[in-house]
Design a protein around this ligand. Structure first.
Ligand SMILES: [Zn+2]
Length: 127
């Protein structure tokens, strides 16, 4: 296999257990994640609020549930109110978004480590 024609370049060159494990893991992640169309950023939180009507049941209890999606946009914190009936679906999409971001970060970090491993393994063999 020629180095110049290797599809994935330097990151597929290093040998050894760590390199193999990093590659296995990142390929597993990359194959698992075609980019889903419905990912959500941020975090979903639940709080309770009282509407103020003395006749309302919330005057006694913990209040009406208020779901909020908090996320960053252009460096600023944004909050979207989420209807209670959306909460389960939104929560699932937020979790999927987090897993996707984590996977991308792990693939990128693994490639950076593989680059370092390959440099070490070729020390003294480069012209
Ligand atoms: Zn109320």
């Amino acid at each position: 296999m020629s180095r110049s024609t290797n599809k994935f370049g330097l990151v597929d060159q290093p040998k050894g257990q760590l390199a193999a494990a990093l590659r296995r893991r990142k390929h597993e992640l990359a194959d698992r994640f075609a980019i889903p169309h419905d990912l959500l950023a941020g975090s979903l939180s639940l709080s309770h609020t009282r509407c103020g009507k003395t006749s309302c049941h919330c005057a006694e209890g913990e209040g009406h549930p208020v779901w909020q999606l908090t996320f960053m946009l252009d460096g600023k914190k944004r909050v979207e109110k989420i209807p209670p009936e959306w909460a389960e679906d939104v929560g699932r999409r937020v979790q999927a978004g987090k897993e996707f971001k984590d996977a991308v970060a792990e693939v990128c970090a693994a490639n950076a480590r593989l680059l370092g491993l390959w440099r070490q393994q070729t020390k003294g063999r480069r012209r």
